[in-house]
Design a protein around this ligand. Structure first.
Ligand code: UN1
Length: 499
């Protein structure tokens, strides 16, 4: 489908696509597809004030009713799945199946949030005083600023928005400058859900702000935005985190990953090969969960690397809109340059590079590349650095302890996995002395997590958790209430203070 049809299917008007200052380029072919308007930073105060107003109304709407809005959002997303998936392909360069998968992830989190809207459970706690009752209640917190990256241009908003909305919080979304169109399409879809929902959805419940880093900074600096959920580089997070902390805000950070797989001698190698290839080269290596380090037992390294090289050599690279393509483009030329410079550094450190060349034939333009597999003599500085491209570094190990030590010896702590059929190895890997990551899988690659689990990681990944499990608590404030229904006023801890 050509770019104009993709945009038409989502009801974009000429006004929305022309005359603005932000140029949108499709990674598919490098073509300019739109010039969209940017919000002047001076308007941010108004946006935040509107969000605060919306909060005052929305926090009083019963949570299951708030869930109804998210249910409608899920319905609208189902109806727009093909159209929005195609726009993700146009704007982020994902292959068709992954574009659709991203929208499915949005639908899934909506379903999850609808159920959660009836389960914002608190506690009843035994009081030590007679005639007293102690409870813990979760209350809405206020506007949530969502800063998202190009690589999951719509799903990350939905993880945050679906939960924030059922929790009683309005949302202000600052998407990546590389992907404003997908964000605008989500706003249209959200507006349709609001129109069906009715008047108890206040104006400005979910606002979109398109523009540069100064808009993100306005959210980060504002005391009226109590929660900042930021996804992106560790460098960005190292600025956002301390600024939010300095004003006593709460941040949910989902930053860099440097995800590893350990392949043990007992592993089912054919399954491991499939797991490795999807997680190392899927999304052209541009997931925060992408497999970047392969730690293989020395007894099977030669065999596994041979199998991988054979698989890499036959991967269909090209136009992400073609059904047969598995590897689409990098987001832009800058990513390709970063890849070449990481490969040069790896070589200088003793790495042996397979693949990694730019692909210019049989592609519609854009920055296409063959994924690289690099055999490294050890875990060098380059291996410890996340480069957001399809490079997988391969290292060998002797004992499991050594493998776990290598897995953990990087600054990032997002996702990890082991392929083994040995239950001792598997359980050790996910035990307290195993992987130090937020995600640790067995016989599954590090990427492609389901929404039901809490998503996020430790160390330089930032510590935040989004999506499933009890991540909803990150969008609410906890209140402990002690109620005295007796006729006396006993003090806790047996303190006497008679007047
Ligand atoms: C990201 O790359 O920022 O686990 C998110 C995965 C996806 C989410 C990735 N569900 O790979």
């Amino acid at each position: 489908m050509d770019h104009a049809t993709v945009l038409k299917n989502l009801d974009f008007t000429q006004d929305e696509l022309t005359g603005g200052t932000l140029t949108v380029t499709s990674p598919v072919d490098g073509a300019e597809v739109a010039q969209v308007a940017e919000l002047p930073v001076a308007d941010m105060a108004g946006v935040i004030a509107k969000s605060q107003e919306a909060f005052k109304a929305w926090r009083t709407v019963p949570a299951p009713r708030r869930g109804e809005l998210v249910r409608l959002l899920g319905e609208e997303l189902r109806a727009s799945k093909d159209a929005l998936g195609a726009l993700v392909t146009l704007e982020a360069g994902k292959i068709t199946s992954e574009g659709l998968g991203e929208v499915q992830e949005m639908i899934d989190i909506c379903d999850f949030a609808v159920g959660q809207s009836r389960q914002l459970y608190g506690l009843t706690i035994a009081s030590e005083r007679p005639g007293h009752k102690m409870t813990e209640t979760w209350h809405p917190m206020g506007p949530v600023g969502v800063i998202s990256a190009f690589n999951f241009p719509v799903a990350v908003w939905s993880w945050n928005a679906a939960l924030a909305l059922i929790c009683g919080d309005p949302v202000i979304w600052k998407p990546s400058e590389k992907t404003p169109l997908t964000a605008m399409a989500c706003q249209k879809i959200f507006d349709r859900a609001v129109a069906r929902f009715g008047d108890d959805a206040p104006e400005g419940l979910s606002q979109l702000v398109i523009g540069g880093a100064d808009l993100g900074a306005a959210l980060v600096d504002s005391k009226d935005v109590p929660i900042i959920s930021a996804t992106g580089s560790t460098r960005m997070g190292s600025i956002v985190g301390p600024k939010v902390a300095a004003r006593w805000g709460r941040s949910i950070l989902e930053l860099g990953g440097n995800n590893a797989m350990i392949v043990a001698p007992s592993a089912d190698l054919d399954m491991a090969v499939r797991g490795i290839v999807f997680s190392a080269v899927g999304t052209a290596g541009q997931r925060c969960t992408t497999l970047r380090r392969l730690i293989v037992h020395k007894s099977i390294k030669t065999e596994l690397v041979e199998k991988l090289k054979a698989a890499y050599a036959s991967l269909p690279i090209g136009d992400p809109r073609e059904d047969s393509t598995l590897i689409g483009p990098l987001v832009d030329q800058g990513a390709l340059d970063a890849m070449q410079s990481a490969l040069a550094s790896a070589k200088a450190e003793g790495g042996v590079v397979f693949g990694g060349a730019a692909v210019t034939e049989g592609v519609p333009g854009g920055a296409y590349v063959a994924p690289a597999l690099v055999e490294m003599p050890g875990q060098t500085e380059t291996v410890k650095t996340e480069t957001f491209v399809p490079i997988m570094y391969v290292m060998e190990y002797d004992t499991l302890d050594e493998a776990i030590e290598l897995q953990n010896d990087v600054p990032q702590g997002l996702s990890s996995c082991i392929f083994t059929l040995n239950v001792r190895e598997a359980e050790t890997f996910i035990s307290a002395s195993g992987s130090d990551c937020g995600i640790a899988n067995v016989n599954i690659g590090p990427s492609g997590a389901e929404i039901g689990g809490a998503f996020g990681g430790e160390k330089e990944t930032g510590g935040g958790r989004e999506s499933g499990s009890d991540a909803w608590k990150g969008y609410m404030r906890r209140q402990t209430s002690t109620v005295n229904y007796s006729a006396a006023l006993p003090l806790a801890q047996g303190v006497s203070f008679d007047i």
